[in-house]
Write a protein that binds this ligand. Structure first.
Ligand SMILES: [Zn+2]
Ligand SMILES: [Zn+2]
Ligand SMILES: [Zn+2]
Length: 368
């Protein structure tokens, strides 16, 4: 296990300090900004043993305030990083592949030309906490192509094998505003978190059903007893009314207890972003033409060398990633099946052109 002196020496060196280790003390020349943040002089001597053989330095132990300051400072520095992937093999002949990879259900897709581009991706990590009568925490991530807003977290598996540098790199296309990119990440991370929590949720549901079954059994036996009494004693008039009032009270209490249990097992999920990694990587960009009836428009398709595949195209209404799509007949918006129709009157209605409500039958569309 590394000693405190090794860890602190590494952290200071990473911050750009010149660090020299002499036995049980460190001598560091710190960048002015780091020195200020850590409340140290720019020329700092840190001792790790009480006996310093005459070296005058600040004594550092696990309990030192300096260690707390150092970890707080590191957490802030870990919020954002940027890497560039070195040149990768880019598949040739992707134009032909594009036409077979994507399907347009009510039109044509004709790939025209392919060009190499450097693109930018935002990898957001989120921490989620599911709170019920128990608590469960976890991490989830979403990786968004900052130009097309496609979600491509599968590329991270290959990223660890690629050669990367921390240098800033040129991006050959304009990116979408960060707010839009972040919104796409939030939208895409939701099903990932739900998937992670599926077992936890199922176990809560099982326990809820078990508790409700017990309550039902108990209150049913009370009700049976009262009903038997009415029959056995052939109650009538005031006596019967009293017993019937008891029955209603038992029923009310049963419902109240069930509601309490539902509340106890209800799951609340808190999600917070924890950091952002920007990834710059080469890709092949294929320009394709979409045609439907007499209309046409251009679209860019991205072949991602880390995925070794084309990235999906986001539905222009809900953002779901698509390889098979429907075109809106007014403006050729690219749509998923759900966003291309009204679920009530079944007419072809573009949810992008008509957000919120069907113009024909008035049905409300689910807002994303
Ligand atoms: Zn959609
Ligand atoms: Zn409709
Ligand atoms: Zn449309």
């Amino acid at each position: 296990m590394p000693q405190l002196i090794d860890t602190i020496s590494d952290i200071l060196a990473l911050s750009g300090a010149a660090v020299e280790r002499n036995q049980e003390h460190l001598e560091a020349l710190l960048p002015a900004e780091t020195a200020r943040a850590l409340q140290l002089p720019e020329h700092a001597v840190l001792a790790f043993e009480a006996q310093t053989n005459g070296v005058a330095g600040e004594l550092v132990t696990y309990q030192s305030e300096l260690v707390d300051r150092l970890f707080d400072w590191m957490q802030l520095r870990g919020l954002y990083a940027q890497i560039a992937v070195a040149d990768l093999y880019l598949k040739q002949g992707v134009t032909a592949v594009a036409e077979s990879r994507f399907t347009v259900r009510n039109g044509l897709l004709k790939a025209a030309a392919a060009a190499e581009r450097r693109l930018q991706y935002a990898c957001f990590h989120f921490k989620y906490t599911a709170i019920s009568d128990e608590k469960k925490e976890g991490l989830a991530r979403a990786v968004i192509n900052e130009h097309t807003l496609a979600e491509v977290h599968e590329m991270m598996a290959q990223l660890s094998l690629a050669v990367t540098t921390e240098a800033e790199s040129v991006v050959s296309l304009e990116t979408q505003p960060l707010a839009k990119v972040y919104h796409a990440a939030c939208r895409n991370v939701r099903p990932i978190i739900s998937g992670d929590l599926a077992d936890f949720h199922r176990s809560l549901q099982r326990r809820l059903q078990r508790d409700i079954a017990r309550l039902h059994e108990y209150y049913q036996s009370l009700k049976d007893e009262i009903q038997n009494k009415i029959v056995r004693r052939q109650l009538a008039g005031k006596e019967r009314e009293d017993e019937e009032a008891r029955l209603r009270a038992v029923d009310l209490e049963y419902r109240r207890k069930v509601a309490d249990q539902r509340e106890k097992y209800a799951m609340k999920i808190e999600v917070e972003p924890i950091n952002l990694l920007r990834i710059n990587t080469p890709a092949m960009m294929v320009t394709a033409e979409l045609r439907c009836r007499k209309l046409g428009r251009e679209v860019s398709l991205v072949w991602n060398p880390l995925l070794k595949d084309f990235e999906p195209i986001p539905c222009e209404s809900c953002g779901d990633g698509l390889y098979a799509m429907q075109l809106c007949e007014e403006k050729l918006h690219l749509l998923c099946r759900a966003c291309a129709h009204c679920q009530d009157c079944k007419r072809a209605i573009c949810h992008r052109c008509h957000p919120g409500k069907c113009p024909k039958c008035g049905a409300l569309f689910h807002q994303i």
